[in-house]
Write a protein that binds this ligand. Structure first.
Ligand code: FES
Length: 156
């Protein structure tokens, strides 16, 4: 089929726009993490649970249906005092950390292989808050925990 002059011009314009959009899309994907930073991973999102705050202590009931029911699990705990990363490190032991990344203050929401993963630039932290991979260089602040009668308390 032979295209008219007008139709060819329209075809070229549309083709050029398509190429330009594809190029912009690739560029955006490539620079999303910023120069020199590791790219975010596809770590699973942490389950979210709510905790209550009273007198500087977060309380959270952990029963068989809790995302924190099994050893090795972790959750993002939402409270009126902010967000916290809680991991069950043993049958009766837990770790609690701030969920605010020490790199550029994103909320850490990913978790894989017992490692917290920041969605912004891919920093990784162990359940004690130590940096496993940057760009973050500072550990996450940790809080004292206590577990008794199915209730976890976190002292702020
Ligand atoms: S804010 Fe950059 S890695 Fe978390």
């Amino acid at each position: 089929m032979k295209l008219s002059r007008q139709t060819r011009r329209e075809f070229c314009t549309q083709a050029c726009q398509a190429v330009a959009l594809a190029t912009i899309g690739s560029a955006l994907q490539g620079c999303g993490a910023g120069a020199g930073l590791t790219s975010p991973s596809s770590a699973a999102a942490l389950s979210r649970v709510s905790g209550t705050v009273a007198s500087g202590v977060i309380s959270l009931t952990i029963d068989a249906s809790s995302p924190l029911a099994s050893v090795g699990s972790a959750a993002l705990v939402q409270t009126s005092s902010g967000l916290f990363l809680v991991a069950r490190t043993g049958q009766d032991t837990f770790s609690a950390l701030t969920a605010t990344c020490t790199h550029e203050a994103c909320t850490i929401t990913g978790y894989e292989s017992q490692t917290y993963v920041c969605p912004c630039h891919g920093s990784r932290f162990d359940p004690s808050g130590h940096v496993l991979n940057g760009p973050a260089v500072t550990a996450l602040r940790s809080y004292t925990t206590r577990f008794a009668n199915g209730v976890l308390t976190i002292a702020l």
